[in-house]
Design a binder for this molecule. Structure first.
Ligand SMILES: Nc1ncnc2c1ncn2[C@@H]1O[C@H](COP(=O)(O)OP(=O)(O)OP(=O)(O)O)[C@@H](O)[C@H]1O
Length: 216
């Protein structure tokens, strides 16, 4: 699944962004299938805005995002729902777990949503063990620490089929050891699914072997 950006500019930031250079805004950029892509930018320069554009839950931009040859705007709701179930997964910066459900139920909801789960319940248990969150799986999501919530959100994003994984500062509340474990799990899962990812972050990092790095 190819994603192309064509002269994308957020309308609220238009004047500000046109005053500086960017590898992404107002450029023609192609995200090739299977690529590990890093987008770096200081706080407040539009990382979350871009991720929400890529997931097509925000559309206040000029220019185009072309997915498999067709602008996002040309997909109907049903096609978009199918794409989000089977082709594009996401780790939101604000995580968006359902507080009224347990950590396990949050993951399970995503795992069994589509016609063919990408992994088994046993594999979810293995992921939880690797990220050291087995002991919180039966707890209500609202009772988890932010770091635990972040690891549950990471697992939840990995249990559905996807060709692209969007990640908005996914390790912001994890210590170095947990970041290392989470990054390894993400890289393995992407490789197994032959998927690429787009990761936004504030700084340089060596969590992944990136194929491309952009400055937002
Ligand atoms: N709907 C909106 N209308 C007007 N301005 C907005 C809107 N959404 C975001 N902004 C502004 O756009 C800028 C970029 O916001 P965004 O959340 O995308 O930044 P970010 O790079 O993800 O920041 P952080 O690293 O702090 O999470 C901010 O100055 C924000 O106030």
């Amino acid at each position: 699944m190819q994603i192309q950006l064509s002269h994308l500019i957020p309308l609220p930031l238009r004047d500000k962004l046109l005053q500086r250079t960017s590898d992404i805004w107002n450029k023609d950029v192609t995200f090739s299938p299977g690529s590990f892509i890093k987008i770096k930018a200081p706080s407040g320069t539009g990382k979350t805005t871009l991720v929400h554009y890529l997931y097509h839950i925000r559309y206040d931009y000029s220019g185009k995002i072309i997915v498999n040859g067709k602008p996002w705007q040309d997909y109907n709701k049903s096609a978009l729902a199918t794409i989000r179930q089977q082709q594009v997964s996401i780790i939101f910066q604000d995580l968006r777990l359902f507080d009224q459900l347990t950590a396990w139920e949050n993951i399970e909801l995503k795992r069994v949503m589509g016609p063919a789960p990408a992994c088994t319940g046993e594999q979810v248990q293995e992921m939880a063990a690797r990220l050291q969150v087995t002991h919180v799986l039966q707890q209500s999501a609202r009772t988890l620490s932010y770091g635990e919530r972040q690891r549950i959100a990471i697992i939840r994003a990995l249990v559905q089929p996807f060709q692209w994984l969007l990640m908005d500062e996914p390790f912001s509340h994890l210590d170095e050891e947990n970041t290392r474990r989470a990054a390894a799990l993400i890289a393995e899962t992407c490789k197994a699914q032959q998927a690429g990812f787009v990761l936004t972050d504030l700084d340089n990092d060596v969590h992944f072997n990136y194929d491309v790095q952009y400055q937002l």
